[in-house]
Design a protein around this ligand. Sequence first.
Ligand code: PMP
Length: 305
Amino acid sequence: MDLTKHAFFEGKIVPLSEAKISIATHGFLYGTAVFGGMRGYWNEEKKKLFVFRPYDHFHRLLNSGKMMAMSIPYDEEALTQLTVDLLRVDNWQQDVYLRPNIYKSDMGIGVRLHDLKDEFSMFVIGFDKYVKNDTNAHVTISSWRRIDDNVIPARGKVSGAYANSALIKTDANRAGFDEAIVLDNHGHVSEGSAMNIFMVRDGVLVTPPITDNILEGITRRSIIEIARNELGMEVVERSIDRTEVFIAEELFMTGTAAQVVAVTKVDHRPIGTGSMGNITAKLRSLFDDIVRAKNLKFSSWNVEV
Ligand code: PMP
């Protein structure tokens, strides 16, 4: 982490080395924080950086905050402008990842959400791939269950809930897998540790609905639109059973960090032919062009820095 880079902290842009909170901060003690994860993509031909769908990311962040009784004095437009300002300060000329955060900033003991101050922060890091084997991932079905929306809001990014994702990821990696598929308490496929999931069955693209305890992913939403409009595919949002993934023609996972990850094996069973399928490959390449602002049809998703 380069501490000379800048962050937004307590209302202003400061060097990352100065953006510090106390060990007595509520958000740290109880996980009472919500966060986002966005990417900025460097376009080498245009020599410009483009942030992917910041308005939508901030809309979800503010909604995550709403569910956790938080409010901050910025709307989606103000946060998008602040993102551009922050990226300009350090003149980033590479792919980056942005981590905005809203947290309960009071210090002291007492678990609750009300009568506490909320603070917004954001930092930037240089970023490349998140999943190493993103063209041939081998995933397992986790023995952990996805948090239920009646336990902690599942459709938003609540910091404390990521203990669940961390358990899932570590156990999968330590058992030799790249990632895990997580079932919800009804036994339906929800998503991965930090990515949504899609399968192709009988030529139809299928993904769990937002009522199956999934995070409402921005990449998920983008892929649904790209598959419908660019590939002319039928896309269905419905519950997915565990054994359906074994017999899917193709399987892939999506997320801001992960982008589009081809899953070619689940618990040692080959998916489809056992190598990345055509639809996954096409979506990966379309998605990469779109996020780098090389596909004008989707330019409303690219915010130039
Ligand atoms: N599910 C979870 C639990 C996640 O943390 C993420 C990453 N934000 C995703 C799905 C993918 O969401 P997005 O495409 O908005 O990054």
